[in-house]
Design a protein around this ligand. Structure first.
Ligand SMILES: [Mg+2]
Length: 315
């Protein structure tokens, strides 16, 4: 089989060290609002889409759902370099796109327009672009395409799906909220809950209290983010991490906290919601991104303008 075509445009003069960087890959539809263009692509085809993108190549695209997160990540890099200009452990942003290089000019121009520091633009013609994630050392992949996200998760890369939504632009520092079960943690307790109800799940947690919960699909990214978090002190950190879980603190909180401790994963604040809606607390935290496997929680977050990323558990 012929090698799939791909074009990688490296725009970063000051090369980040790929072995130490925390590489985040976003697709063009995650970082920019390309809904109209995507509709054109689906209805009129690739040629018409390319013609439109070329004709509008100097017109910046509006920000998409992951835009604020990427901007905040860039802010963290700036803060790290301010305290240590020689630091090599930085965030590195890669844009992965199914656009052809010709239609990609508008993407590059848009990134430049907003001053986004994107080290690599990968314009790949292959159907499954997630095959490039491992070779680029990607630790988090955000896409607006469910198949992409499932492929990435199956390749063992932390990944989540973003939907086009209204976003209230949050201020710095970078704030990231994780759900617990089926996101940071495995879905083992969720499964007991499905089969045996709340009483069964509480009993299970009590019996398993000394044993850490299994790893969830976002654990690998959370650990990398936790490593970045440790660069800052308790006060005035440029990164703040949160756990917002449906678990109750009284019956199911201890094992979650013990698991995080066992992993060495620092979390600044943890909210045990006991099944209450997450929207109100998310509206208060105002994160740049919120990861959850429950679509009702994603909807609740979207309703208050919180950028949300869905971690599908049924790929
Ligand atoms: Mg969950």
């Amino acid at each position: 089989m012929a090698e799939p075509e791909s074009t990688v445009i490296n725009t970063n003069v000051k090369q980040k060290d790929p072995s130490t960087a925390l590489v985040i890959a976003v697709t063009t539809r995650a970082i920019f609002n390309l809904e109209e263009e995507h509709k054109l692509y689906l209805e009129k085809g690739k040629e018409e889409y390319t013609r439109h993108q070329q004709a509008n190549q100097d017109k910046p695209l509006p920000p998409g759902t992951a835009f604020a997160f990427i901007q905040a990540v860039q802010y963290v890099n700036k803060k790290i370099l301010e305290s240590n200009p020689a630091e090599r452990e930085l965030f590195d942003i890669l844009v992965l796109s199914n656009n052809s290089p010709e239609s990609g000019v508008r993407i590059i121009n848009s990134a430049k327009h907003y001053g986004l520091e994107i080290s690599k633009f990968c314009f790949v013609s292959d159907e499954d672009s997630t095959q490039y994630l491992k070779s680029h050392g990607v630790k988090l992949f955000l896409s607006a395409d469910r198949t992409d996200v499932c492929n990435a998760l199956q390749r063992g890369v932390s990944a989540a799906l973003v939907f086009q939504q209204e976003v209230q632009a949050p201020s710095t520092p970078l704030r990231v909220v994780f759900d617990g079960d089926a996101v940071l943690f495995s879905d083992e307790t969720d499964q007991i809950f499905q089969e045996q109800g709340l009483e069964g799940a509480v009993q299970y947690e009590r019996a398993m209290e000394a044993i850490p919960i299994g790893e969830g699909p976002l654990k690998a990214f959370a650990m990398q983010l936790g490593k970045m978090r440790k660069k800052f002190g308790q006060e005035k950190s440029s990164i703040r991490t949160y756990l917002v879980t449906a678990r109750s603190g009284r019956d199911m909180g201890i094992r979650a906290i013990k698991t995080l401790r066992e992993w060495g994963l620092p979390i600044d604040e943890a909210f045990f919601m006991d099944g209450a809606p997450k929207g109100p607390i998310l509206a208060q935290i105002q994160p740049h991104i919120f990861f959850d496997d429950g679509l009702h929680n994603i909807q609740g977050a979207q309703n208050v303008g919180v950028p949300s990323a869905w971690v599908p558990s049924c790929c």
